[in-house]
Design a binder for this molecule. Structure first.
Ligand code: ATP
Ligand code: MG
Length: 347
């Protein structure tokens, strides 16, 4: 039995079924009466196709009908949000009665999908959604590999950004902003010599214009610091066993299980002991009932079953909390989601 938590995170390496399983999990939880929000922090946005959502990078929350997956059954719905770094930035700015200058070239680049603020904006958005208290569970679909680790490390990055090297500048900037004194002139007179040196070097290399743009971008982010700092809370809560369920997804394949183990080691500081190892696309349950009379096929069946058993035995040495999901014999992703939702119901 899987305990009900506020947050559920689906992670794993490329192509193992994170998005499909996260979606099926959200559907299952919605069917069992919970208010669910599914968030994909993967800018690749395959979720969009799976959910059949038309999206224009708006960052809006969409209502998803279970009819997409179970046309015959009674309607239930859950919500899904595709992340947009710029939309999140805009929302925290509105909340702080501030603004964001999207004409600033650095801000423009940073807030593009994959633009550098992607993972940071992801935790800012998740924290924003937790705070609304509209949902019983928020299911997170994460990107593979490095982007997932970046996501986990985001709150540390935010902390460092606002804590250390910049703090001195920000103090002065904050003061100057409060006093509504011209930002750039104050900035130039009050910053420490180290930063001054850096900026004068930058100015030489890139020209005055770039330094002004850079300073403006920093001011833009600073003005909205409360929204960023809120996200630190989520970074801490994620590590709590009482707050989150972690699903580390692998397919039944030696290489994928090894990759999952490596990812787990890399994410060790964040994953708690309660992490489930999910073996996706198991085929043994499909071979089991099959009893071909042809001896070659009989051998094939037995080899497939015992090969998978070995992988499962190995996986058991990696994790005591193993979940298994079967290969769905269908070409369409919406069928994968629907049938996997039924399998969640048995867990
Ligand atoms: N149990 C399953 N049976 C059959 N097909 C599956 C199963 N799980 C996932 N798939 C299919 O495998 C493909 C990859 O799945 P998915 O996109 O969910 O993986 P992912 O881990 O999110 O990939 P990425 O790392 O690119 O984000 C999809 O076509 C999906 O429909
Ligand atoms: Mg995916």
């Amino acid at each position: 039995v899987i305990a009900q938590k506020k947050i559920e995170v689906f992670c794993g390496t490329g192509g193992v079924g994170k998005t499909t399983l996260a979606t099926s999990r959200a559907l299952h939880l919605a069917q069992s009466g919970r208010k669910v929000l599914l968030i994909t922090i993967d800018p690749a946005k395959r979720l969009k196709q799976v959910l059949q959502i038309e999206d224009d990078f708006s960052g809006d929350v969409h209502q998803v009908s279970s009819k997409v997956f179970f046309p015959e059954a009674d309607e239930v719905s859950f919500h899904a949000a595709l992340l947009s770094p710029s939309a999140t930035f805009l929302k925290i700015a509105e909340q702080a009665l501030e603004r964001v200058d999207f004409d600033n070239p650095i801000i423009k680049i940073l807030t593009k999908p994959y633009g550098g603020l992607n993972e940071i904006m992801a935790i800012v958005e998740v924290q924003r959604q937790i705070k609304t208290n509209l949902y019983d569970t928020i299911v997170l679909d994460t990107p593979p590999g490095k982007h997932f680790i970046d996501f986990l490390q985001s709150s540390q990055k935010i902390k460092r950004f606002f804590d250390h090297s910049f703090i001195e500048i920000f103090k002065y900037l904050g003061k100057s902003l409060d006093e509504k004194v011209s930002q750039n002139s104050i900035f130039k007179t009050l910053i420490s010599s180290g930063i001054k040196k850096l900026l004068s070097y930058l100015e030489k290399v890139t020209g005055k214009e770039f330094v002004n743009v850079f300073v403006d971008a920093v001011i833009n982010i600073y003005r909205n610091k409360d929204g960023f700092l809120e996200a630190l809370k989520f970074g801490e809560e994620l590590k709590l066993q009482s707050f989150s369920n972690w699903f580390l997804v692998a397919s039944v394949d030696q290489m994928k299980i090894d990759e999952a183990r490596d990812l787990q080691a890399e994410a060790k500081a964040f994953l708690h002991e309660d992490t489930f190892l999910v073996l996706n696309r198991c085929q043994a349950p499909l071979f089991q009932p099959w009893s071909p009379t042809n001896p070659a096929l009989q051998t094939f069946r037995n080899v497939m079953i015992s090969r998978e058993q070995k992988l499962k035995d190995f996986a058991k040495t990696q994790s005591t909390r193993l979940l298994e999901f079967t290969e769905i014999l269908h070409a369409e992703p919406d069928h994968h989601v629907a049938q996997l939702a039924c399998q969640w119901a048995k867990e």
